[in-house]
Design a protein around this ligand. Structure first.
Ligand code: SF4
Length: 217
């Protein structure tokens, strides 16, 4: 397992590799970010960004989405995986927000957000961090993979164990930025299938990469 100090050193290098790392979903209101994030589960941000302009033009607000026919929402989301379930969840989420009295904002409480259909820990963390700057670390597939390859956690660790460990090791003031940096590092460098170990500036911290190259040579 990597030590806290070495992980933070590696993270510092990763930060410098992607100083501009940021959320890549397009949105113009807190509700739109919530919808886009629900749609992005097991899908790419690019795919979501292709679908959401037309969806948000047709249903721009919480009120309009709450009144929408699910079948019509699906016409806009059908290019995205699991769109049946996600479309139903988006409508129900809009209805619940309306019931709670949220039209221009969102609950700023992680537990309350997770009561919304299709909203788990990751989505709640993303939305609260992006919209309200509330510290959190959203563990998506990239953050999980990088954390495991750098041996911050055991390979069998659950997503919430990865999140807990990252929150323990990284200072709270850096949670939101670290989450963006780790996502960019996983998405563009430490790829799932072909990680760029040959040109990786953190390979000295990464047994996975060292062994992989050793085996390749
Ligand atoms: Fe990822 Fe390879 Fe770098 Fe390790 S050495 S962090 S596996 S790219």
């Amino acid at each position: 397992m990597i030590s806290k100090q070495h992980f933070l050193e590696a993270l510092e290098i990763i930060n410098k590799m992607f100083p501009e790392a940021h959320g890549e979903l397009n949105w113009e209101s807190p509700f739109q970010l919530l919808v886009a994030t629900i749609l992005s589960a097991q899908a790419t941000d690019k795919g979501v960004n292709k679908a959401t302009p037309a969806l948000f033009e047709r249903f721009p607000t919480v009120e309009s989405m709450a009144q929408a026919d699910v079948a019509e929402i699906e016409q806009y989301t059908r290019t995205i995986g699991l769109y049946h379930t996600k479309s139903r969840n988006i409508k129900k989420t809009a209805q619940m927000l309306l019931d709670w009295g949220y039209t221009d904002s969102l609950p700023q409480d992680k537990k309350q957000l997770q009561l919304l259909p299709g909203v788990g820990r990751k989505t709640a963390n993303v939305v609260l961090g992006e919209v309200y700057g509330i510290p959190g670390i959203a563990v998506d597939t990239h953050v999980e993979r990088v954390s495991k390859r750098l041996q911050l956690v055991k390979q069998e660790a659950s997503v919430s164990e990865v999140e807990e460990k990252l929150m323990k090791v990284i200072p709270e003031s850096q949670w939101i930025s670290a989450h963006h940096h780790l996502i960019f590092f996983g998405r563009y460098h430490c790829l799932a299938k072909n990680p760029k170990c040959e040109e990786c500036p953190v390979i000295s911290y990464c047994k996975f990469g060292q062994e992989r190259l050793g085996h390749d040579i």
